[in-house]
Ligand binder design. Structure first.
Ligand code: ZN
Length: 359
């Protein structure tokens, strides 16, 4: 049988994948690109169906501890390749066939409404191949709140074993109480954790997981500074910065698995590491600062702690705290914070009733 043009994603290749040709021969899938040839036994292949328009086929197989895949062209060419698939794949293909008839009808009804944009999926696919980053942004926009919670649960489960979480006592109680004030009315169901570690660090994860290290609480001069950090971190969840970073970091496999509606697969295995080393850009930090100030005001907590804590960390010489590597406190940023606080003006704020030294 003739080979069919496909798009190949594999470890070591360009993140956007490369063009290749594929065919079934005997009991295996043969994929050729340049002078290289991959022969993958059919029983190692996982069939996925869905994609940007509900008509794309993806054949995935384990490779070098990660996964490789080919994306088949939509329509006739892809079907032609699958027609040559050996019996080992018949059950998987059948299953998709049955499940997808309903989906395909829904898709056609949807498409009739947007008949003009019938080429959109192909354009999207083209854009994806040319610019995976922008499509990652698009994919993030398609993630529902419930799916984000699910991803957050997965990521936190991956990370939790590396954290010494303090479950009870005054520190978690304080973080929980301040956090609840800062997120009143949010769509997210926040979960607050204190981790026992001398590192000056705190981070937020998709779906509303917030972790504060005891080192950060010790470095803070008062509860308002802790509240400032929390107010800032919460914005990275509310504005979906942490979700975007995670999807960008995981790359095309996460994007494809989102497009396939698959949140359970191996594409999400490295989530926790992605979040660990994550830095936000200048624009996102600014957004989180401004949103944080608003949240502090709504909660009736003085805003100076947010500025004070970052200014204090920025002044330290030598070993910079982990928190600053993911949230750089540049002079420009501190200036902007100062200005925003001045513009906001004074508002009634009771001092927070926590004595950090007693903790
Ligand atoms: Zn930040």
């Amino acid at each position: 049988m003739d080979s069919v043009k496909v798009h190949l994603f594999a470890p070591g290749l360009d993140a956007g994948g490369i063009s290749a040709r594929a065919r079934f021969s005997g009991m295996a899938l043969w994929v050729e690109h340049g002078d290289s040839r991959l022969v993958i036994p059919a029983d190692r292949l996982a069939v996925k169906h869905g994609g940007f328009d509900g008509r794309q086929w993806l054949l995935e197989w384990p490779a070098e501890g990660a996964a490789a895949a080919i994306l088949l062209p939509a329509g006739g060419e892809g079907e032609r390749l699958l027609a040559g698939a050996p019996a080992a794949l018949a059950a998987q293909l059948d299953q998709h066939g049955r499940r997808d008839r309903a989906r395909s009808l829904r898709f056609r009804v949807g498409m009739a409404l947007v008949g003009l944009f019938v080429a959109l999926p192909f354009i999207l696919l083209g854009v994806f191949l040319a610019n995976a980053d922008r499509i990652a942004g698009w994919a993030v926009g398609k993630i529902s709140l419930a799916q984000e919670q699910q991803l957050g649960d997965l990521a936190f489960a991956q990370m939790r074993s590396n954290l010494k979480v303090i479950e009870t006592g005054p520190a978690p109680a304080m973080v929980q109480a301040i956090g609840a004030r800062l997120t009143a009315g949010s769509n997210y169901r926040y979960r607050w954790f204190v981790a026992d570690s001398p590192e000056v660090n705190a981070f937020a994860m998709p779906g509303g997981y917030v972790v504060v290290y005891t080192g950060l609480i010790e470095a803070a001069g008062n509860a308002e500074e802790v509240a400032g950090v929390l107010a800032h971190e919460v914005q990275h969840v509310e504005l979906r910065h942490s979700l975007k970073n995670m999807v960008y970091g995981l790359g095309w496999r996460a994007v494809l698995s989102l497009a396939m509606g698959d949140l359970s697969g191996g594409a999400w295995a490295g989530m926790a590491e992605q979040l660990g080393g994550m830095a936000y850009g200048r624009d996102l930090e600014r957004q989180a600062d401004l949103g944080g100030l608003k949240a502090l005001r709504q909660a009736g907590i003085a805003p100076q702690g947010l500025l004070g804590f970052f200014a204090k960390l920025a002044k330290q010489d030598g070993n910079l705290p982990a928190f600053l590597s993911s949230h750089p406190a540049t002079a420009e940023r501190l200036d902007n914070l100062r200005k925003a606080i001045a513009e906001q003006g004074d508002y009634p704020a009771e001092p927070l009733p926590y004595d950090l030294k007693a903790l």
